[in-house]
Design a protein around this ligand. Sequence first.
Ligand SMILES: C[S@@+](CC[C@H](N)C(=O)[O-])C[C@H]1O[C@@H](n2cnc3c(N)ncnc32)[C@H](O)[C@@H]1O
Ligand SMILES: [Zn+2]
Length: 161
Amino acid sequence: MAKTYSEHKIKRFRSKIHGNGVSAIAPIRKGELIVEYKGTIITHEEADERYQGPETGHTFFFILNDDYVIDANRKGNVARWLNTSCDTNCEALVHEHPGKDRKKDQVIIEAKRAIKAGEELTYDYGIVIKRKLSKEEKAKWACHCGSPKCTGTMLRKSVPK
Ligand SMILES: C[S@@+](CC[C@H](N)C(=O)[O-])C[C@H]1O[C@@H](n2cnc3c(N)ncnc32)[C@H](O)[C@@H]1O
Ligand SMILES: [Zn+2]
């Protein structure tokens, strides 16, 4: 059955957290499927090739599964503007396609709790960088979410379940 999204209840806006963000323009109920994270599906190897150079702390990549990454630089939609925070109101869940083609898996941003109109939408990026980072590199990943729960970094020690 086709999924129904609440994309009409969100819009891109100028965020206090960072650059562009996404806010609710109407109340969203807990559990609503808000928007699919779209982009070009590429392999991890292709992603590594495209992401060479110094650490920037800025990414439009989303790890879809062990085989593929979604590159929202290409054919991305409004979902690519969602920021992360240390007190999130959304989660990004991978919906596995019933068949064997892992390219058909989808990432869907869903409401973790009721969200009021005007609230910024955020989800945990769950970014884990296994190699040792320098102080300068860590600074690129500093979190500016402004929550009392802020850990100071967008990076996580392990991928959230
Ligand atoms: C998918 S983009 C989100 C859109 C971004 N705000 C923009 O205007 O391009 C992800 C990037 O936004 C920035 N960002 C997102 N959440 C942030 C946060 N809590 N603190 C600082 N920067 C953040 C980081 O540069 C991150 O790599
Ligand atoms: Zn934070």
